[in-house]
Design a protein around this ligand. Structure first.
Ligand code: UDP
Ligand code: MG
Length: 333
């Protein structure tokens, strides 16, 4: 009866807010000042109805607006609100990592701070967790609120990674529930800095479950992903999950070799027959095409080397500037 043991080890004085909450919610936020308060209130409301103790952790990823001030206000009113502020924008992946590191709950839910991940799905996530799943993925049921362009981009992005990375990302999102076991594995056993949360949560294994949700429209502000940001994320995802592009280069090399052999043989034949062709155009095209292949291949190899270099430098994934709702708010960097 482990529950009895826990009960007996509790201090006798009543606690307004239990020391260790059952559920931690991690919310990466970048310029979400307009909506963060509503998001915190809505999520807290849902969790209260679920009858679990909880904490809400906002990771302000270098916002230029009043996001962190709003979090500080909320933390002053509610002991369950905690906040971290990065020294600059380090990206959502870094924000998720920071949140997972400070979360204390037995289960940790990661979700967007713009209420696009509906808090109403939380009870379902908790149910799957109680039934034994260690990782519960919230999967998008439809993307009708996204624009055509956004949907196309997401399709391309997920398709590429599913193909090369051998992980299934169709309609996957960063809206997930992780059991403490999964959180510990993610933060302690996977030291890589170029992280791709969506893939890693699947890669670690353990009993996993899916829950469907409908993407809600943004409460305030605009989407933060630039095309370049997405391309970057896609590159991280592919490079950190597979070396297939390198193999592709090798295969391409062999294909080109065979092709070169055929063309060369044909040229030799016509020379022997005494009617060497004046194929200047052919020559030019062949040179250009092979040149491009070589450049692309170098680029692919270079991308991997760049990642190796990044990991080797060992710089931290983020730097903290401020925090609120922690025992010593002087701030440990
Ligand atoms: N976000 C972040 N850092 C960034 C970009 C976004 O922490 O550099 C947060 C953002 O505040 C939001 C979540 O990540 O809570 C998803 O971002 P957004 O709504 O812009 O993307 P989308 O809904 O299109 O996936
Ligand atoms: Mg959003």
């Amino acid at each position: 009866m482990p529950q009895l043991e826990i009960l007996e080890s509790l201090p006798l004085r009543p606690l307004a807010q239990p020391e260790v909450p059952v559920v931690s919610v991690v919310l990466p936020a970048h310029n979400e000042g307009d909506g963060i308060r509503l998001a915190l209130e809505t999520i807290a409301g849902v969790l209260r109805q679920c009858n679990v103790s909880f904490e809400l952790i906002v990771v302000d990823d270098g916002s230029r607006d009043d996001t962190f001030a709003r979090v500080q206000e909320a933390a002053a009113r509610h002991p369950y609100v905690r906040g971290l502020r990065f020294s600059r924008n380090f990206g959502k992946e870094a924000a998720l990592l920071a949140g997972l590191r400070v979360a204390r709950g037995q289960a940790v839910i990661t979700m967007d701070a713009d209420l696009q991940h509906p808090p109403s799905a939380i009870p379902e996530l908790l149910r799957c967790w109680r039934e034994g799943a260690k990782v519960v993925h919230a999967v998008k049921r439809d993307r009708s609120t996204d624009s055509r362009m956004q949907r196309l981009r997401a399709q391309l992005f997920n398709g590429l990674i599913s193909r090369f990375g051998r992980i299934d990302l169709a309609n996957a999102s960063d809206f997930k529930l992780l059991d403490r076991v999964a959180v510990d594995v993610l933060i302690e056993r996977l030291p890589e800095r170029g992280r791709f949360y969506r893939g890693l949560a699947q890669w670690i294994g353990f009993p996993q479950a899916n829950v469907q949700f409908n993407v809600a429209p943004r409460i305030a502000g605009a989407g933060k992903w630039s095309l370049l940001g997405l391309v970057n994320l896609a590159m991280t995802a592919i490079l950190s999950f597979t070396s297939a592009p390198l193999r592709l280069v090798t295969i391409l090399g062999f294909v080109t070799l065979v092709f070169a052999g055929l063309v060369g043989g044909e040229a030799l034949m016509s020379w022997v027959q005494g009617n060497a062709a004046a194929g200047f155009l052919t020559l030019e095209f062949t040179l250009l095409i092979i040149g491009s292949f070589v450049m692309i291949s170098l680029g692919i190899v270079g991308e991997y080397i760049a990642r190796i270099y990044e990991e080797l430098k060992g710089r931290p994934a983020y730097l903290l500037e401020e925090r609120v709702g922690f025992e010593d708010d002087a701030g440990k960097r």
